[in-house]
Design a protein around this ligand. Structure first.
Ligand code: CP
Length: 313
């Protein structure tokens, strides 16, 4: 594996989940692997879990970690080829990526969607720019279209809590006052394509995700119907894909409650807005897996970094 940019970089999800669970049981077992190796974590956007769990994962592997809030502290980057840089951008990705690569062995990047220009967001200029010019492994810590470290942590959490051969897993849209990206939902759907499960996506009409991502998945616009007999309910807001980046619906009837959840386990990537996305009673109740999911972010990052370090040898 050269990079971890999407779920497509996983050769066997069950095997990776098993290996990640072994790392969780004994996090320091490969402490020597990252000796004299450095990872740069570049954040173009805010983070709590991704920043701390990826740093923790690297430290568990014996790596040195450099963190930079690139979005607020770095120079504004230019990505276009042949651009006359007489406007807002100060440094080209060609130099920036090569310079960063001199300071580290692996670079991990968070760069969200703008939600204003779908074509530009789907081009993934930040992630692909570093991939093209850095010449070292690149890890996606949430890009415009995917959050594969989160989806891998979600797969670990599902494995830890599943008791059935073929569980029913529901991805439910929820209301939110702001326009949010599609990355978490996209990667969760891609991860569920790799699972043996009865998988259903539910959302109001107009909130269909990218049809290329959801191809083959069952979509049910009636949330109550979708939630019937669910074993796991993953709740997430996303803005419209068709009417790109727009908030078209804030219907509180889609907020997750104990009544809707029934006996299912509740999942969310966090951060979450209480009593908008999900009721207090769910988050504070025994069926919430959100803190366990956040803990598993360390081991999803650690299995990814371990595989990249092994490929550097
Ligand atoms: N779930 C997640 O990526 O959390 P942060 O945005 O806090 O990193």
């Amino acid at each position: 594996m050269q990079h971890y940019l999407s779920l497509k970089d996983i050769d066997s999800l069950p095997q990776w989940v098993e290996e990640a669970r072994s790392l969780k049981a004994n996090p320091l077992q490969f402490k020597a692997l990252g000796e004299a190796k450095t990872i740069c974590l570049l954040f173009f956007n805010n983070s709590l879990r991704t920043r701390l769990s990826t740093q923790k994962a690297a430290m568990n592997l014996g790596m040195e970690v450099i963190v930079m809030n690139f979005g607020s502290e770095g120079w504004a980057l230019e990505y276009g080829d042949g651009t006359i840089m007489d406007q807002g951008t100060s440094e080209h990705i060609k130099e920036a990526a090569q310079v960063v690569a001199q300071y580290c062995d692996i670079v991990a990047i968070r760069a969200f969607a703008s939600l204003t220009d779908r074509e530009k967001d789907e081009a993934e200029v930040v992630m692909n720019g570093f991939k093209k010019y850095a010449g070292i492994p690149v890890v996606n810590m949430e890009s415009s279209v995917g959050h594969p470290l989160q989806a891998l942590a979600d797969a670990i959490t599902l494995a830890e809590n599943n008791t059935k051969k073929r569980p029913k897993v529901v991805l439910s849209w929820a209301p939110h006052p702001k326009a949010l990206p599609h990355a978490v939902a996209n990667s969760f759907v891609e991860m569920m394509h790799l699972q043996e499960a009865d998988f259903v996506i539910t959302h109001p009409k107009g909130y269909d995700l990218n049809p290329e991502v959801t191809k083959g998945a069952k979509i049910e616009y009636d949330q109550d119907k979708a939630l019937e007999d669910a074993d796991f309910v993953y709740v997430k807001n996303w803005s419209s894909y068709k009417d790109y980046g727009k908030v078209m619906n804030q219907d509180k009837n889609w907020t997750m409650t104990n009544k809707k959840l029934g006996k299912a386990k509740f999942m969310h990537c966090l951060p979450v807005r209480r009593n908008v996305v999900v009721a207090d009673e769910v988050l504070d109740g025994p069926n919430s897996l959100v803190v366990q999911q956040a803990n598993n972010r360390t081991y999803s990052a650690q299995i990814v970094l371990k595989k990249l370090l092994e490929s550097l040898k």
